[in-house]
Ligand binder design. Structure first.
Ligand code: GLY
Ligand code: MN
Ligand code: MN
Length: 352
């Protein structure tokens, strides 16, 4: 909150309206899906409807609850609240508030109130994880890894992709997670060439290489890990391609240190795989926390210098249409002492 208030001063804003659920949760603790924050130099209010009043009082004790009385909607309550507060320059989250909401809010305020777009103000703060957040990420990554290791031993020919996804998601919950972080990806054989191939009806056959990309969600924090396995004995070519992807991961991960820019890490992985046909077309990784994909992004367009306390995925891949794909993904904590992997799931390729 102190950091948000410093940004308000820098941007000459009298107040900031926070509407993105992850940002609301990050700043207030409120974990429901609908609640707005209004933050000013002194004030901190949370606006909600009756479904959430008790939860807001319990989870966001640092905020004054402003209750919506009728079913007129939260936006009308926000406009009324701002009229009472009387700020002149009000920041809003331009990457989240819809055009329609902006139009309605603006129409309810007097002409001397300026709605000022802010982009990524809270997201920038979220890039650096607190020790508590790191602990939550380590826990959820540990749950997912243990689930994978358990399910891995049950993988055999005849099982469908969707069976593996179901077993994983069930095991996440058994181990204490709230559910999956995203639709589990299980892409067998030639389907491995689809970087985001959802688990479908395809049955696993001996010799299939299978990309399994899985994440759990617990306490609001997400994990994200990928393993590529082979049902039975891997061929020489499967082994060679997996080794190439691992080499790209090892070399690029070594650069995940404070001061190295995100794009430089991405470039290294792409350079290592430059000689491979169908090397990956996507960025090397992404920050992860309250959202699966958040800043910084290991991609050519992100020059953010890495800092100790960031948690970022590293996920190079090779995707060959008609043949299959390989991706390996770890969650990495950037520390002064170097990269620390948070995802201990088994790396053994052969299953069944
Ligand atoms: N599972 C989505 C991703 O790896 O980004
Ligand atoms: Mn993933
Ligand atoms: Mn990822």
């Amino acid at each position: 909150m102190a950091a948000v208030r410093r940004r308000l001063t820098d941007l000459e804003l009298d107040a900031l309206v926070v509407t993105a659920p992850e940002n609301t949760r990050y700043l207030s603790g409120f974990s429901g899906t609908l609640g707005y924050l209004v933050i000013s130099g002194e004030g901190a209010e949370i606006l909600g409807d009756s479904r959430y009043w008790l939860q807001m009082e319990a989870e966001a004790p640092g905020f004054t609850l402003v209750r919506s009385v009728a079913s007129s909607g939260l936006l009308a309550l926000l406009a009324d609240h701002l009229k009472r507060l009387g700020p002149r320059r009000v920041g809003f989250e331009s990457q989240h508030l819809t055009v329609d909401q902006h139009r309605r809010l603006g129409g309810s305020l007097t002409a001397d109130v300026a709605l000022v777009p802010t982009a990524g103000l809270v997201e920038e703060l979220r890039m650096l994880k607190t020790p508590h957040e790191v602990e939550l990420l380590r826990q959820v990554a540990g749950i997912a890894s243990r689930a994978f290791d358990r399910v891995r031993s049950a993988i055999r020919p005849g099982l469908r992709e969707r069976d593996i996804a179901f077993l994983l998601e069930q095991t996440f919950r058994e181990l204490g997670a709230d559910g999956p972080a995203f639709d589990t990806i299980v892409a067998a054989g030639e389907r491995g060439a689809l970087p985001h191939g959802r688990a479908g009806d395809r049955e696993l056959a001996r010799g299939d290489m299978v990309v399994v990309d899985f994440g759990a969600l617990a306490g609001g924090y997400n994990s994200d890990t990928t393993r590529t396995i082979v049902v039975g004995e891997p061929t020489l070519e499967q082994t060679r391609v997996i080794d190439a992807v691992r080499q790209a991961q090892t070399e690029s991960m070594a650069l995940m240190r404070p001061g190295v820019t995100a794009d430089a890490v991405d470039r290294r992985a792409h350079d290592v795989l430059a000689g491979e046909a169908h090397a990956f077309g996507h960025g090397l990784g992404h920050g992860i926390g309250l959202m699966v994909h958040e800043r910084p992004f290991l991609s050519p367009s992100d020059q953010t210098p890495l800092q100790a306390g960031m948690v970022i995925t590293n996920e190079p891949g090779i995707y060959r249409p008609g043949w299959g794909g390989v991706r390996l993904e770890e969650m990495v904590l950037v520390t002064e002492a170097g990269p620390q992997v948070l995802t201990p799931a088994s790396h053994e390729v052969r299953v069944g």
